[in-house]
Every structure is written in C-alpha cells, then in structure tokens.
Design a binder for this molecule. Structure first.
Ligand code: FES
Length: 177
C-alpha cells in the first residue's frame, strides 16, 4: 500500500481527501489542522515524512506545518497511536483526587510510559491537562469518551472490557491503519 512509502507516506486516497478540502477553506494554511487530523486518523500518527509530504501537497514550508503539529499535544509523531488512547488528567482537581495515582497504576498495568503504546497496538497512554470535568475528578478520557470519578477497580473493568474480543472496536484489527 502506498502509505508504506517512506517519502510518500500519505496514501493517494488520503491525499485526495485533503485536496477535496481545498475549496472548503479560505487558504491552504487554514487546512493544515484538518489535514493533520485526517493523516493521524489514517496513519495512526504523523511521522516527519508525512509532514514533508503534506507540505508538498499544501505548498507550504514543512517547518510551518511542524510548528503547528508540535503546538498541539494531540498529534503523535513518534510511533503509532493504539486503538484506545487513554488520557489521564493530571491537573489540580484530578491530581488531588488521585489522578497521579491512576496514571502510575496504568503505567504499571500496561507496562508503558505516557506517550507510549502497548506492543499489541491496543492502548496508548497519555497525560492530559484539565479535561473540563473537574467536578468528576479524577477523570479519564478514552478516545472521545469521558469516564468520571475513576478509581483502580473501575479502570481494571474498563481495560478488560476494551480488550475483550467481543468489544465492537476490537472485533476486527488491533490498530487503526
Ligand atoms: S482537573 Fe481534571 S478534569 Fe479538570
């Protein structure tokens, strides 16, 4: 598949989807963020070669795209994102209510550090700043779903549920290529 080409990592269909957006944004610059989202969704991350490739597509300087990417913690450049991206809030309310403990628990349980993905491609662990759910601290976000008032037992149940083959999102492949 063309996405494996190290200097052309953005597949033709993804490039086509980006080009389709040209007419919907006032400038190519305004298209950088949506394009980065598309690439990450399809490649599981935005490697440096994809930044260079996108720069050629948008006819913008690669460092400019890299700056945008680096500004947002959401984009991942070093490795793939797992099927489930787990964000553990470490801001004040959650930290006080045990968020740091949950993060430590997950690093032990999953055997990875924040920013890393489990070898089976299932989980990526991240620390987050305030998730906007301070009344429900400690809060955890998995992909786009918020889990309030978490504790170790709830995390155990959640991970087991997500890892179960019968779970709709794990019934097929184990990554989001
Ligand atoms: S401090 Fe954790 S959600 Fe606000």
């Amino acid at each position: 598949m063309a996405e494996q080409d190290s200097e052309q990592p953005i597949a033709p269909e993804t490039e086509e989807a980006i080009r389709w957006l040209f007419g919907r944004y006032p400038t190519r610059r305004a298209l950088v963020l949506p394009a980065l989202h598309l690439i990450q969704e399809r490649l599981g991350g935005v490697p440096a070669a994809a930044v260079r490739h996108l720069a050629r597509i948008l006819e913008l300087p690669a460092p400019e795209i890299q700056d945008t990417l680096s500004f947002y913690g959401f984009f991942k450049q070093d490795g793939r994102i797992g099927r489930y991206r787990i964000w553990v809030c470490r801001s004040l309310s959650c930290a006080i209510c045990g968020g740091e403990d949950l993060l430590g628990y997950l690093t032990e349980k999953l055997g990875i550090q924040p920013g890393q993905t489990t070898p089976d491609g299932l989980f990526t662990l991240e620390h987050a700043e305030c998730l906007g759910a301070c009344d429900f601290a400690p809060a955890v976000l998995v992909n786009e779903e918020l889990y309030p008032k978490m504790d170790r037992e709830k995390l155990d149940r959640l991970l087991a549920e997500l890892a179960a083959p019968a779970h709709p999102a794990t019934a097929g492949a184990t990554n989001n290529a």
